[in-house]
Design a protein around this ligand. Structure first.
Ligand SMILES: O=C(O)C(=O)C[C@H](O)C(=O)CO
Ligand SMILES: [Zn+2]
Length: 302
């Protein structure tokens, strides 16, 4: 794919590879053992679990995580469409989706995703499931003044289901929480077995009501699946304090708008904002059962 890669910091003995290839960049993250994470300082926690760069004008920014072999990314087309290219060193196959499936959520202005010559129109908060085996995927914005921002999450896949748009109105919606506990929110299950067929990818969006700040508290783990959280709809000076770690060894990450969190199977994942926010959760792993969670009792948290 494209010109020769840029500096490969793996050669310098560091834990990750960062390569720059034309308008597409891939950052590789290795997995961390929970016992090692107990000793991580803030900088190490952020380097392993926080994805800070996703949406930059005219770029496709990807992170390849060895947790579930997730690829997490952002495509922000301006006046020129952007192509989702494969990469020999990470994806390995000639086309990105030869052995993968992809979820795309538009969190920006109106735009289009073209898959093998078919155009799918995605408005704000619409999603697209892109089937394994698709060859050409291009992203475009209707207007560079109000560009689309496509959030991407991909997992390995070995069966081809149908590429399908899921509008937010077609999602399976659940209203949860309570104003008294500041966690009143709506969960929109969009790439979910009741809505669209996928191999292992399950995705959706959770929107907090105004004045509510907590997600996923009481919290859970699910050793059978890992999760990725993209936080958005945050003002420039607002933050989400994302809680992670083993239940009796919790840590936190301070997250800004448009940043994502890698949540390993052994980790809790919960967050509290300085104000209401929205996030896209996505999962891969041994099952596609959203309800398969091991709840953590409050007195287990440390
Ligand atoms: O607000 C919530 O609660 C969630 O969105 C929970 C996530 O979807 C989740 O953790 C699913 O495993
Ligand atoms: Zn979860």
């Amino acid at each position: 794919m494209g010109p020769p890669p840029g500096p490969d910091v793996r050669k310098a003995g560091l834990h990750r590879v960062f390569r720059e290839v034309s308008i597409m960049m891939i950052d590789v993250r290795q997995v961390s053992h929970p016992e090692a994470v107990r000793r991580y300082d803030t900088e190490e926690l952020r380097r392993h679990f926080l994805i800070e760069r996703l949406f930059e004008p005219g770029k496709v920014l990807l992170t390849y995580s060895h947790i579930e072999r997730f690829v997490i990314g952002g495509a922000t087309p301006q006046s020129v469409p952007l192509k989702l290219e494969s990469d020999k060193a990470t994806i390995g196959s000639p086309n990105f989706l030869d052995r993968r499936e992809l979820g795309v959520f538009n969190i920006g202005g109106p735009g289009k995703v073209e898959v093998d010559g078919t155009t799918y129109v995605l408005g704000h908060r619409d999603a697209l499931y892109v089937a394994q085996g698709s060859k050409d995927v291009h992203f475009s914005s209707d207007s560079p003044d109000h560009p689309a921002k496509f959030y991407l999450l991909s997992t390995p896949a070995h069966h081809r289901y149908e590429t399908k748009v899921v509008r937010i109105a077609e999602a399976k919606k659940m209203d949860l929480g309570d104003q008294a506990t500041a966690n009143k929110r709506s969960i929109y299950q969009m790439i979910h077995p009741d809505v669209v067929q996928s191999c292992q990818l399950v995705m959706g969006m959770t929107q907090l009501d105004a004045g509510n700040m907590w997600n996923t508290m009481p919290c859970h783990v699910h050793d059978r699946r890992s999760e990725v959280y993209l936080y958005f709809d945050l003002a420039a000076d607002a933050r989400v304090i994302h809680l992670m770690g083993e239940p009796d060894q919790t840590r936190h990450l301070v997250v800004a708008d448009g940043q994502a969190i890698l949540s390993p199977p052994w980790s809790i994942h919960s967050g509290v904002g300085t104000r209401a926010y929205t996030f896209i959760w996505g999962m891969g792993g041994d099952n596609i059962d959203y309800t398969d969670m091991d709840m953590v009792a409050m007195d287990q948290l440390r």
